[in-house]
Design a binder for this molecule. Structure first.
Ligand code: AMP
Length: 286
């Protein structure tokens, strides 16, 4: 496995392969790789000939009071996992290489970026959209894989690729969970043992929403209320948002129709957790 740090070396590798019609895949990550990333890498391996995994803790998607400096960076372990999964290139650009002096372009998707995560983290998605655009420009993949875990991000990336004609096929893979249902996340290491047990309440709340839909509830507010009720029973958790949305636009739904996404973000003391569940609404029997 090659370790490439410079963007120009990354592009040179890619361009050489593209001339030979090799299909290049990219899995963008911030490192601290876990089984969720591993599943994405495995899915990518099956869909391309040459696979790059980028590891870059992107400062522009962190807010001023967020965990940028403490974000876990176990780089040797990450490289070992990539090597084991048959990754061809680990792309590890420096912050300086990504944002050299004079850098000024940002990519904004004002509608998607304003909602949900964007309300709590106002600059997050312009950071994400900009870095994803840059990574696509450097790695030139034909296919890139993202996790459903960051549902809003996946919607944003689809829109970005379409709007800017980036010509990258986007594949979104299901969320990988711990045995109790907690969505795997690099940030779960911040949870104390007690909070780790409580953390699954977010997933339970999404499940409660899905259950009432399965039972026939169609009013968006009533589904949301079912989710709220579960979180409210856990006093150490505070809610950023719990929402019942259209999975394509992520706009809230007053009435649940065919397919919905339940989105949730909560805080357990200083740790922020996000999760989501896609629900196919059963047809009413006539
Ligand atoms: P991150 O390193 O957190 O930026 O995540 C890199 C990619 O891995 C993103 O596309 C995430 O959505 C995806 N990812 C993170 N956690 C999971 C998970 N538990 N299951 C599946 N994909 C995930």
């Amino acid at each position: 496995m090659k370790i490439i740090r410079s963007p120009s070396a990354m592009t040179a590798w890619s361009e050489g392969l593209r001339r030979e019609s090799v299909r290049i895949g990219l899995v963008p990550t911030m490192g601290a790789l876990h089984e969720g990333h591993q599943a994405l890498i495995r899915a990518a391996r099956l869909r391309c000939d040459a696979l790059a995994v980028s590891i870059f803790v992107n400062p522009t998607q962190f807010g001023p009071r967020e965990d940028l400096t403490n974000y876990p960076r176990p780089i040797s372990r990450d490289r070992a996992l990539c090597e084991q999964e048959g990754v061809d290139v680990c792309f590890e650009p420096s912050v300086q290489a990504m944002y050299p002096e004079g850098f000024q372009t940002t990519v904004n998707l004002p509608v998607i970026a304003r909602r949900w995560e964007g309300e709590v983290r106002p600059h997050h998605f312009s950071g994400v959209a900009t870095v994803v655009s840059k990574l696509f420009g450097m790695v030139r993949p034909q296919i890139a894989l993202f996790g459903q875990k960051d549902f809003q991000q996946s919607v944003l990336v689809h829109r970005l690729v379409k709007d800017l004609n980036l010509g990258v096929k986007i594949v979104v893979r299901p969320t990988v969970r711990e045995h109790d249902g907690l969505a795997m996340s690099s940030r779960n290491v911040y949870l104390s043992p007690d909070d780790r047990v409580r953390a699954v309440t977010l997933y339970r709340s999404l499940q409660a929403g899905a259950e009432v839909i399965q039972k026939g509830v169609r009013d968006g507010k009533a589904v949301q209320a079912a989710m709220y009720q579960v979180i409210k029973a856990e006093p150490s958790m505070t809610i950023d948002y719990l929402a019942v949305c259209d999975p394509y636009t992520i706009e809230p739904l007053s009435t649940v129709t065919s397919r919905v996404v339940l989105l949730g973000a909560v805080r357990l003391r200083s740790v922020r957790l996000i999760d989501n569940l896609l629900v196919t609404v059963p047809r009413r029997r006539s």
